[in-house]
Design a protein around this ligand. Structure first.
Ligand code: FES
Length: 158
């Protein structure tokens, strides 16, 4: 199994937790660090987070499963979140979703055969003025058209 986190990072988080009045506030930082290092957050990542912060695994799991940008299952090298909230829906979000599915050959929740992309719907990405929008990894793409989607996919594939 791939390492969850480097020894240095673990020690850094232990120090931050010891210095914090509320170690619970480090849950997201720690889960994101594990995700960045490991690709996603397996059960062992939840348990490691709980152990470092002095919490129960359930307390960590509650947070891990609340946020849709924390992945509790394996994902592709990059995750595409397309927005399905109201502004994007009203400006062509359904066509964006359909184009992504057709272009990638996968349904929402699936990963391409080459492991490059996982496709997921998302609540509002916070860029309603640039609707319809999607996020690939941490990069936002707005005012999407089929041509812009194709260009983004080309640019983001490794
Ligand atoms: S509704 Fe899509 S970014 Fe806000």
């Amino acid at each position: 199994m791939r390492e969850l986190l480097s020894t240095t990072e673990i020690e850094n988080f232990r120090a931050r937790a010891a210095a914090s009045a509320h170690p619970r506030e480090l849950i997201i930082d720690l889960l994101r660090a594990i995700q960045e290092h490991h690709g996603w957050v397996p059960d062992e990542g939840v348990e490691l987070t709980a152990e470092i912060l002095g919490l129960s695994p359930l307390q960590v799991e509650e947070i891990a499963t609340f946020y849709d940008k924390i992945f509790r299952q394996p994902v592709g090298r990059k995750v595409i979140h397309y927005c399905d909230s109201i502004c994007c829906w009203a400006t062509g979000g359904e066509q964006v979703a359909a184009h992504l599915q057709q272009k990638l050959g996968i349904a929402p929740g699936e990963t391409t055969a080459d492991g490059a992309f996982t496709l997921l719907p998302s609540c509002c990405l916070g860029v309603c003025g640039d609707a319809p929008a999607m996020m690939i990894g941490l990069k936002l793409y707005g005012r999407l058209t089929p041509e812009k989607i194709d260009a983004a996919l080309e640019k983001e594939k490794d």
